[in-house]
Design a protein around this ligand. Sequence first.
Ligand code: NZQ
Ligand code: ZN
Length: 378
Amino acid sequence: MENFEAWNPVHLHFGRGVTSKLPDILPQIGRKALLLIGKGSVKQNGIYNIVAGAINASGIEMIEFEGIKPNPLLSDVRKAVALGIARKVDMVIGLGGGSVIDSAKAIAVSIPGHLDPWDIFKRVVKPERALPVVSVLTLAATGTEMNQFSVIQNEETLEKIGFGHPLMYPVHSFLDPSFTITVNRDYTVYGITDLIAHSLESYFGEGEADLSDRFVFSIVAEAMEFAPHLLADLASYELRARMMWAATTALNGLTGYGRRRGDWTVHALGHSISMLFDTPHGATLSIVYPAWLKYLSSHIPNRISKLGTALFNDGSVDGTIEKITGFFQSIGSPVTLAEAGIIGNDRQKLLEHWVRVQAQGNIYRLGSVDYNFLLTHM
Ligand code: NZQ
Ligand code: ZN
């Protein structure tokens, strides 16, 4: 086991009706909130009324920024930073899925020092302060509600990158599984794919950490077992709750303790797909993972075999890869670029993008031979 620190300051509130605590909690945090929302789902499904009502009941002044899109844009983050500075907000509330909450974090860490978010993400400047972030999650997938990461895309340089900083942990996160009941089937599927990918990115990292491996197996097994039930009954509170907690635990530190680091190549390759073709994040991961496992099979067959034994009682490398791929197919997540509409010259564009941005994880250094190998398997 490697040396590690375990520290997660997020105060998580999980369960039905938890946002009713907002009027008590918000006044302890600040007086004027920037409320960030996406493209309007929360206004259609009534969640906005519940949360805005609770914010108003708290006596906090609320300034709203609407329109954060899936695969969020730097330009929107910059506009919200300018609004927050002009209106002197002292906290940021993200109400939505990962795109909204990631944007809330990027905004919160930019406002106090009047920093440009891209300079922070590109590590040109180091943030020293951040406004407190409150997250109200409406989609189970990313784990952003209990971690310090944010991922945004720069539509000028065509880069989608992540950044993590301890200042960006939400101070409070509200997870009401009933808020996720209106998530459509496709995004429910992508969320399941994403949480499995997070567990595996950690598992294929560096360092022996047996208990963390077992956490990975449990989280993936939970998701694989309950996915078909949830997809057959999208309105089930209980199944939504199970998937929501699985997604949170897949990227809140738990699966990484005792390892030096995770790998994250699949995410880096997937971010290029989202950047170029606006493919939903989870869909990019089910496309890349099967190809990535084939690549890994010549490097770390034993690791794949251990995973297969734990998940499927099948230690064969090929069998494990087939079963994971088959699971993604069974829930309707694409496993080839063509299934996501990426065909013809688009494949060449993707290859060039990987080369240009040097899409890499932490452990395996990929060159053009590897990119070509991966591309031919997706
Ligand atoms: O924009 P609105 O209208 O709100 O609709 C959204 C959006 O169209 C909709 N939605 C959200 N909650 C809903 C709902 N529709 C109905 N009912 C609800 N309750 O779902 C769509 C997708 O939303 P989005 O926030 O984009 O999805 P997700 O939560 O999967 O977030 C994806 C983003 O998170 C990043 C991804 O790269 C991507 O940009 N990630 C963030 C991570 C992190 N911070 O730790 C790690 C992940 O690996 C990931 O990279
Ligand atoms: Zn992810």
